[in-house]
Design a protein around this ligand. Structure first.
Ligand code: ITT
Length: 176
């Protein structure tokens, strides 16, 4: 069985739509400081595999704001915990350009193979709307709706994570 290693219930919930046989594992693998999500996710997957001893998937994601040169990017979790989502929204809305991108990288490791799969989606930062999703979803608008206004299925159909998981699940199915 595949183990999705995360402390984030929202990620696991979204992943279940793509993976039939998956169980969540809460293990706080080290998130190294790096500019590329690929580097962080791949390192985390190898460490998590050592800890869990079964095939694992980890997911590293972030919000990249154009007007802030890609910030908070790989530091998105830290910024959510410190500044908070609403203040990030306020900061960006003071800028003329509100364009942003979500990126997600899922990394798989089974001891022999380590492989990453990326997905991204463009949108713009708006005042918070919606009750669904998690993290920055209420301030990220794509095609007129924030991610927090979408059902999990609607979000997956267009989201960074949905795209990354779709490529992973296709690759994984072929391998089995
Ligand atoms: P892990 O245990 O899987 O690491 P995490 O929430 O710490 O969970 P990350 O390290 O990948 O995840 O941090 C990503 C940050 O971006 C964090 O603040 C999330 O809330 C946020 N984020 C990630 N994916 C998101 C999404 O689909 N929608 C909104 N916010 C998201």
């Amino acid at each position: 069985m595949l183990r999705f290693v995360t402390g984030n219930e929202g990620k696991l919930h979204e992943a279940r739509e793509y993976l039939d046989d998956v169980a969540g594992v809460e293990y706080d693998y080290p998130e190294i400081q790096a500019e590329e999500l690929e580097t962080i996710a791949a390192y985390g997957a190898r460490d998590a595999y050592e800890h869990v001893g079964e095939p694992v998937l980890v997911d590293d994601a972030g919000l990249f704001v154009d007007a802030l040169s890609g910030f908070p990017g790989p530091f998105s979790a830290y910024v959510e915990d410190t500044l908070g989502v609403a203040r990030v929204g306020d900061l960006v809305r003071r800028e003329g350009n509100r364009r942003a991108r979500f990126r997600a990288v899922v990394a798989y490791c089974d001891g022999e193979t380590a492989q990453t799969f990326a997905g991204s989606v463009r949108g713009r930062i708006v005042a918070p709307r919606g009750e669904g999703g998690f993290g920055y979803d209420p301030i990220f608008e794509h095609n007129g709706q924030t991610f927090a206004e979408m059902s999990p299925q609607e979000k997956n159909a267009v989201s960074h994570r949905g795209r990354a998981l779709a490529s992973f699940s296709e690759w994984f199915a072929e391998r089995q």
